[in-house]
Each structure stands twice: as C-alpha cells, then as structure tokens.
Design a protein around this ligand. Sequence first.
Ligand SMILES: Cc1ncc(COP(=O)(O)O)c(C=O)c1O
Length: 355
Amino acid sequence: MQIDIRRTTTPRTLPQGPLGFGKHFTDHVFRMDYGGPQGHGWHSPRIEPYGPLPVDPAASVLHYGQTIFEGLKAFKGQDGRVQLFRPDRHAQRFADSARRLCMPVLEPADFVQAVRSLVSVERAWVPAVEGGALYVRPILFGTEAFLGVRPATQYTFYVILSPVGAYYANGFNPVRIWCERQHIRAAPGGLGSAKTAANYVASMAAAESARARGYDQVLWLDAIEHRYLEEVGTMNVFAVFDDEVATPALGDTVLPGVTRETVLQLLKARGLRATERKVSVEELRQAHAKGTLREVFGTGTAAVVSPVGVLGTDEGELVIGGGKAGPLALGLFDEITKIQRGVTEDRWGWTLAVD
Ligand SMILES: Cc1ncc(COP(=O)(O)O)c(C=O)c1O
C-alpha cells in the first residue's frame, strides 16, 4: 500500500496535565476509501490533517448502523521506542467484524500498515508517563447515500489516535458490578462477537441503571436463561477458583478479546488450569459460600485487568476476595504491562515496533 502523507501546517501543542481517556486527539488521521466515484475497491490510502468528515445525510451508517471499530494501544518503552501490542489480532477481529456486517474486508496486513504508519507520524504523541499509551481507534462505516436496506457499496476507513493516561491513576481499584437479569447485550445469532456500535448502544440503558444503583458496570448474562456469565461491562470476564481459572467460552454472543486470549496464554504458561466453559452466577455463589472463589476480574485493552470487588444481585451482594484486588489479577496486570512497555522480553512475539 502506497500511503500519501499530507502534514498539517498548524500542529497543536501536546496536552498538559492528566490525559484521561479519549479526550485528546492527535494532528493526523489515516484514511482510505472503498468504492464511490473516485475508484473501485480500496483506494486512496492517505495520512492527512485531523478534521471533520463530510458525510451525506443519507449515508447508510446513519440509518442502518453499518459500522465497526477496533481499539488497541501503542506504548513508549523506557528506551523511548514505540511499540504496538498485538495489532495482528485486532486486524483479524476487524476483518471478522466486517464480514459479520456485510462490509468489505480490509486485509489484516493493510490494517497493520495503516496503524503503524499513522503512529509513526504521531510518535511524539505517545505519552511517556507510566501507564499512559496512545489509544488507536480504527473505524469503518458505510457512506453510500441510499435508503434501501442492503449493504452499502461505498465505505470510509479511518484511524484516529488519542493519548490516554494511566487507567489506574488512583490505584488498582476493584469495581462493583451489577448482575443484570433484564437487559441483554447480545443474543445467539446476533452481533455480539462483532465490534460494532449496535452492541454498545444496546448496553447503555443497563449500564445507566447499574450506575444509579451505585455499581460501576454490568455483568452480562446469557440471553436465554439469564444464568451464565458472558462479559463484564466492555470486558471479558474470568473467575478464579481454588483449582481452576474459568472464562466463558467464545461464541456469537461474546467479543473475542485480545486481552482474554493473552491472559489465557499466560495462565497456561504458568501451569494453571485455564478453562473456557459455561460459568453460572449460581456457581459463583456456591463457590463463594464454600470459600473456593478466589477472584473475579475483567480483561480488556483499556484496563488490561480489572478486579471485581463486589457482585450485586437481586438476592444480595457477594464481596469477592475481601473486596480487594487479588494476586492473580495483580500478577497478570504486571506481566502484561511489562511486555507492552518493553520492560520484559516479549517471548511471545506480541509487540510490533513502530519505526
Ligand atoms: C464488549 C467488549 N468485550 C471485551 C472487550 C475486550 O477486548 P480486548 O481485550 O480486545 O480489548 C472489549 C474491548 O475491546 C469490548 O468492547
């Protein structure tokens, strides 16, 4: 892919003070189009100044939601080198999401080249602060102006970058989660395993009511029986028992998290029994009563590992691990973040240097 680069003539100053998440954006975007009057298939890959995108009011994304996205991070190591974490796995998931939503597939190698080239142009924006990262947000959406319900023939792919601060700026705080039995995030045969906007808007009402009850996030259960764990907030979920670490098996209702895959590999490398299977709320309750439920934690790109301190249900609250972050969650967080920042050697081939 030959990428045209047009640099801004008005570069902004780098943000000062706490970065937060998704509030600041860098000077440039990567952009590539599919179909339309300017060409067939994928065409015109370019890096250009950040700015508003003109979108036709009839664009299919606005009416029928043909849109997918990804979220990954670039890190600055102690030696100043910048590296991406598992961009190939995000590229693969982006391709899988595109197929599910009847959108054109971007070759994973092109996805990785687009991300790597943009991060290279914006390398000065990768925060050097401990725990900080440059969050990479690729997105693809249908732009064809046509109101019939069918896949669009024109699309725009772009990548934006946002410098983000440490997720645990105020310490490793366990979250309180509400076990949601009314709303569902995804149903069998639906869109749950694709990273698409519909899944996120579907989650908002339950997340708002959980917040109103004093919880941070929702524990999503299966759509049929409302018994089995699926995800926690926008993370995959793990339960640590005395003799096993279990996470819900993948299927079409669970997003196949890259961090989930990473954690499973690390658990197996530690010689732990890591299983992918059905885990019910009742099983958690019984293990909690017996004292064999050690930890529950979520995994995702934003937090890496997020311990669950309290599980709220209609029948009362379970306080897990004394409401504190458990040793496995802490150990995995430490191990993964050290690989991401190049502190420990990446024997897995998970990182990709940005030139
Ligand atoms: C719904 C959902 N589940 C799980 C995850 C975790 O996925 P990953 O580890 O690839 O960030 C995310 C975040 O991307 C998500 O949005």
